[in-house]
Design a protein around this ligand. Sequence first.
Ligand code: ADP
Length: 706
Amino acid sequence: GRFLRHLNKSDGLQANEFGYETFAQSKYSGQLYFGGNNGFNIINPANVPIDTCPPNVQISEILLLTGNKMVSQLDVVAANGMLPIKPFQKVLTVRFAGLDFESPLRNQFSCKLEGFDDDWRMLGTKDEITYTNLDPGDYVLQVKSSNKDGIWSRVPATMAITVYPPWWETWWAWILYTLLIAAVVVSIYQYQLSHQRAQAEAQKIRELDKMKSRLYTNITHEFRTPLTVITAMSDLIEKPEKSKELIQRNADSLLRLVNQLLDLSKVESGHLKLNMIQADVVPFVQYLTESFNSYAANKNINLVTYMESEVLIMDFDEYKLHSIISNLLSNAVKFTPEGGKIILHLKEVAGKMVIKVKDTGIGIPEDKLPLIFDQFYQVDDSSTRKGEGTGIGLTLTKELIELMKGTITVKSQPGGGTEFKVALPITREARLGEITKVQISPNLPPPDKMEEADFSLNAKLPILLLIEDNADVATYLQIWLKGKYEVLHARNGALGIKMAKEVIPDVVITDVMMPEKDGFEVCRTLKNDETTSHVPIIVLTAKTDDASRIEGLERGADAYLSKPFIKKELLVRLQSLIDLRKKLQARYSQPQSVDSGQVASLEDQFLQKVLEAIDKNLSDTDFSNANLASLLHLSESQLFRKLKALTGKSTAIYIRSYRLAKGKELLEKTSLTVSEIAYEVGFSDPAYFSRTFSSEFGLSPNAIRK
Ligand code: ADP
């Protein structure tokens, strides 16, 4: 064939440059002639020697960037049969040598990195190659070389190279990634699933809750209306009192329950709002407790309050505080057997109002304690249990307390009583308010507004003077007694005495502990006063010891009631005192002189004085009520009330009775004519004397004479 040969000066050319178009070929010998700078060359192509032996090639050096130096890897390759490259070894330089030494500078090289190069790279006479940033993978480097005559080696030199990936690209890293992703996917899926489930659950609960709430609200509202009507209408029932009371009591307790349910559903749905006023909480709590007196007394339980603060101005919600205290107190009464004691204790501790309700009742087992605030929970839910109830009370109580940002705790021992402790934070931000005395407690009708003492008295009802410094007690006593007595109220002993003398009531109820003059003093004063000596007095006291009881009786009290007292007992006492007075009236109704030798009672002495005064003016036809009253240093109305109380007769009738009695005496003992006698005993008209005489004694004056 044909091939191309490069010749240069080293091959014997005159220079490396030749002239343009200075060449020729001999037609005979085929020799070639070339002219140049330094002469010419004659070349016989047949004589030009050609090196046809392909050269061998060898890799002479392998350098790898390690740290910041190029380090030889020949040993490594010799040991492993390949070149391992770690990640980060970014620069690889390979040097090679062609093993043709005829004209080594004209050796050429070519290489191909399999896995990286697509084709052979011609390197010319450069005997090295540098690769940078090889991707992880397996490669084979092939190197060829040619001799000066362009004859290429047949067998290339080869070297295997493996570029290792960094750890995060290794297979196990990938497995890890896969596992991680799988785990994440699975957990997201599971989370969503459970979230969905929880949401569905929550939705269901919300719906149930809403339904419950609606049910509560609707039904309880529906209950409330008829109950209110029943309560109101039962007021109109007059007889029998007993059944009316039963209706009212039951309607009240139902209404209370309904209200509790309503409140509870409102708290739970977050609709119950606080309605705070700023006021003195002490009298409010006192009043609430007092309203439980009768309830406790019914069971012969002693209900005592200890108010450690005299005044405690703070924000509170009357209705809710009422509900809380009522619940605790009614539980205490309910779960305390007869003869027990309940103490309500109020004090201020570190910015909190602390109310303790302690009873000597049946107590609660320790393991049940955490449960009692649960809705509908009752420690004893057997059908034979002592107290009735629903298990709502404490739930509501706790919710209300928490609404007020307070706390409730309980201490108890079976058989050793129970103590509930409520702590409410004291704030003073609400508007100043008046306590309206909400009324939801059991067994007690709502007190009306305090009635002002009213002197235009209803003459048909007995007049009762109530001397009591506690307005609340006075209020409910007034309500209890309304319709049975005309109640006058005096705020303290001194005022009471003054009013008693002025009005001469039919009966006096007085408290013992009072400012100015105490109840004993009231007793002594009234009993030693001519005008009021006859008035029966009931003494009320919280002191129950015998000494004070005896003191009260010694001072002339007619009856003694210890607080808390029962309405019924009070009414019975009042009635019996009034009955007693009727007996007195029977005794005094006929005017007659008493033996002055006897140790006469004040009443006897008084009547004696009255009779003497009338006697002295017996024949004075003009002698009037007013004359008699002034002789006795009394007002006309005082005299009237005193005489009426003692004798059941008005002043005029009593005077007339005395005149008639005297007339009868004269008819029997003298021989005066009826007319003479009539004038003698102060009648200006004898016919009138005869008429009244007949109606008084059932006999005419003439009939007596016969
Ligand atoms: P109710 O009184 O309507 O049953 P509560 O929620 O008011 O419901 O009370 C739950 C339970 O806690 C009561 O049934 C009773 O067993 C117990 N308990 C509450 N107060 C007392 C107390 N002072 N003494 C003993 N047990 C009580």
